[in-house]
Design a protein around this ligand. Structure first.
Ligand SMILES: *[C@@H]1O[C@H](CO)[C@@H](O)[C@H](O)[C@H]1NC(C)=O
Length: 298
């Protein structure tokens, strides 16, 4: 039996937890930011700056290799980060005046933190990864569900039986040959399975949002090149449409999906392409013909 989807969700959540561990320390943790810099709460910005430069020199890891001063160096830098900015300083002052509003203060701290201390690109990448993970999970779930449904149908069971009988009938003397045919049967069945599962394709790496996003420059330049070549060939040079391009235009005017087009037989395709349906009068004629045909048959 395959892994149930909720287990995958748990795994994904755990991975996210590892990637972005929750931290509940806000501002200067258990310390007072002003105390760390050795200034009063009414100190002005130049006093704060001066105090910070003095302390950062004093605790600089180049001068003090001991871990205690390294810790202090980080703490002082963090306190300065908070107090040098008008907005975060105000929020900090509010937080120490209203220690009971823990949730409000925490929310404000994180909003300020993610607002201008985190690269929005990093946030975007994180978001893309999370969405892609869920996209994959979703595709995978749909695919396995579709497969198990197909495997329950009588048609599938009958085919399996028929293939097994065929295998038994064809038992040869050579064991190697036997193994080979086993493999062929499995592959054949798998192929058939995939044919029957429309709308629930195997999860594809290339279809994931994050991958698509990474490929965007490539996709866009390919599209631009294609458009440019098209324009040059058919608008400027007025060349006749190539077979493939005529097929493409026909598909588009008929709103036929590419794989559906692939299933149409060659002579019908040829007939459709010859009608030049991408030109409006031809399309109108074609629709009128179809209507007449429809009425005649009824
Ligand atoms: C900050 O305070 C110091 C000492 O009180 C004072 O000398 C300085 O002019 C003040 N700076 C500003 C920008 O207000």
């Amino acid at each position: 039996m395959s892994t149930p989807p909720h287990r995958w969700i748990a795994v994904a959540a755990f991975a996210l937890f590892l990637a972005f561990p929750p931290t509940f320390a806000i501002y200067c943790d258990e310390d007072d930011c002003y105390d760390l810099l050795g200034v009063s709460q009414s100190a002005n910005s130049s006093e704060i700056k001066k105090a910070y430069y003095k302390l950062s020199l004093k605790y600089h890891p180049d001068k003090n290799p001991d871990p205690e001063s390294r810790k202090l160096f980080v703490k002082v830098a963090n306190a300065y980060e908070i107090l040098k900015d008008e907005t975060t300083r105000e929020q900090y002052d509010y937080a120490i005046a209203h220690p009971e509003e823990v949730f409000y203060n925490t929310a404000r701290y994180y909003r300020a933190y993610y607002g201008h201390k985190t690269d929005t690109r990093a946030v975007l990448v994180g978001l893309l990864i999370v969405i892609s993970a869920f996209q994959y999970l979703n595709q995978w779930t749909r695919y396995t569900q579709a497969i198990s449904m197909v495997k329950k149908t009588p048609a599938y069971k009958n085919k399996l039986k028929a293939l097994e009988l065929e295998r038994k009938g064809g038992v040869g003397n050579k064991k190697k040959g036997q193994k080979q045919s086993d493999k062929n049967i499995e592959e054949g069945l798998d192929k058939e399975l995939e044919l029957q599962i429309k709308g629930a394709e195997k999860p594809s790496f290339w279809g994931l949002l994050a991958v698509q996003f990474l490929l965007l420059p490539y996709t866009l330049s390919k599209l631009l090149l294609w458009k440019g070549a098209w324009f040059w060939r058919y608008q400027v040079k007025k060349a006749p449409y190539s077979w493939d391009d005529a097929c493409y235009l026909t598909q588009r005017s008929l709103r036929v999906a590419p794989d559906a087009w692939g299933n149409i037989d060659e002579s019908t395709k040829e007939d459709l392409v010859q009608r030049h349906l991408w030109e409006k009068p031809n399309m109108d004629n074609y629709v009128a013909d179809m209507r007449k045909e429809w009425k005649r048959r009824r």
